[in-house]
Design a protein. Structure first.
Length: 317
């Protein structure tokens, strides 16, 4: 049985739009439009119990989940919401023990949620360039109880000479120009590691996708996640009147090896070999190429090509 004590976190729940997150402190009271709630009255009660205000209204004493912390987070910036985090976690297969890189800590919403999943063996390494946002995030992360699993860095990876991490399982990017850090992220991700970027506009998605292909990422997918709330009541269940037209887009990709480096190296090798090759060798190679292409189509062409090649060989010698 989970009993509320002094210092326990509690979500005072009246309805979906009236709910308050607090840490119980026996000397404190809570003044709301539905009356006063004394923290001391919650101590000793089981989570889920209800408490009456001095205006005879009931609130439920709920044990906060990470969803509640994120929905009540102090905003320094725009945040990633649970509807998107749910998909991010599922698509990237986030789990205990993983090492997560995040660029753009913001208010620490995604950071806290993910740290809560990768703990106790995993860790989130998060980077931001704005010290004020970092302080807000630090408080939010602490409030969510996951500080131990998060390391905050005040660093701009765009201009960093050496990447501070390697072999990351997953990377998140939540910046205005995510395409600018794709080469850096690639260096820090393990092969086949997952990347998620949060893009409020389609223009960002386009630029990002181009950068992802250039930097050898595969399984690229862009999505938007809209939740439609249903007001379910006996005999009159329908969609809620409040709808969201647009939130943000998510772009997912995985680090791959297209073999470009190997091809480039082979090309380079061929070029550097070229001067040392004798004209005879070069002519023989050319003849072989002509032969093999022709053989697939027409044998008469093949004979002609071989003759031409032989002539060329004689001339070169
Ligand atoms: C939209 S917020 C991120 C919100 C965050 N995902 C959340 O859920 O709370 C974007 C953040 O990116 C940070 N930022 C901008 N440029 C950056 C850079 N080059 N490196 C790291 N962070 C950067 C901003 O300071 C801001 O805090």
């Amino acid at each position: 049985m989970a009993i509320i004590k002094n210092n326990s976190p509690v979500l005072f729940f009246y309805n979906d739009s009236k709910k308050w997150l607090a840490k119980i402190s026996k000397k404190e009271s809570f003044h709301t439009h539905i009356g006063v709630l004394k923290h001391a009255d919650a101590i000793g009660k089981e989570y889920g119990s209800r408490l009456m205000t001095n205006k005879d209204k009931y609130v439920y004493l709920l044990e906060p989940t990470m969803y509640d912390y994120v929905m009540k987070i102090k905003h320094g910036t725009q945040i990633v919401y649970p509807k998107d985090i749910g998909y991010i976690v599922a698509r990237a297969g986030i789990g205990d023990g993983q090492k997560i890189l995040e660029i753009g800590t913001g208010s620490g919403s995604l950071t806290s949620f993910v740290a809560n999943i990768v703990k106790p063996r995993g860790h989130v390494y998060t980077f931001d360039v704005d010290e004020n946002f970092m302080k807000i995030a630090e408080k939010n992360i602490k409030k969510a109880g996951v500080s131990k699993y998060v390391t905050q860095h005040n660093m701009d990876l765009k201009t960093a000479k050496k990447m501070p991490l390697e072999d990351m399982d997953v990377a998140f990017i939540d910046l205005g120009d995510p395409w600018t850090v794709i080469p850096q992220v690639r260096q820090m991700l393990k092969g086949s590691g997952c990347l998620f970027a949060i893009c409020p506009t389609m223009n960002q998605l386009e630029k990002l996708t181009i950068a992802l292909v250039e930097n050898e990422f595969t399984d690229i997918e862009s999505t938007e996640h809209i939740i439609r709330t249903i007001e379910a009541r006996e005999g009159k269940t329908r969609h809620s009147f409040q709808g969201i037209g647009h939130t943000t887009y998510l772009c997912f990709a995985r680090k791959a090896f297209f073999g470009r480096e190997a091809r480039k190296a082979a090309e380079k090798l061929k070029l550097s070999e070229a001067p040392s090759e004798t004209p005879l060798k070069i002519a023989k190679k050319t003849a072989f190429k002509t032969d093999s292409r022709a053989s697939a189509k027409d044998t008469s062409t093949k004979t002609a090509s071989s003759k031409t090649a032989k002539k060329a060989t004689k001339k070169s010698v």
